[in-house]
Write a new protein. Sequence first.
Length: 106
Amino acid sequence: MITNEKLMHYIGGHFHEIGGACQKQIFNSVDIVNGFQKDNSISGSIAEIGVRDGKFLIGLSFMLSSDEKLAAIDLFEKQDLNIYRSGWRPPEHGLPFFRTYKTLRY
């Protein structure tokens, strides 16, 4: 069971509006690991490689403490470098939901 209230709100709401293959069940494990890290004073920033639309990254952002940072690593507008065409989208697609997500309040 997920204990992070902001994460639960995200999964129950906007999570379903974002494209991508991320399933909400993955956050059960993420929340357990996050709880272990907090209980044992383990801190550090978070990065995701292969962001696509940001569905998983947004969920990860709720695990951050105020002094930690979040990094998104992907080809984004450089789709010409995406030789496998995995997660291909036109360059103008960007991450519209991720870019505006910071305006949502919980």
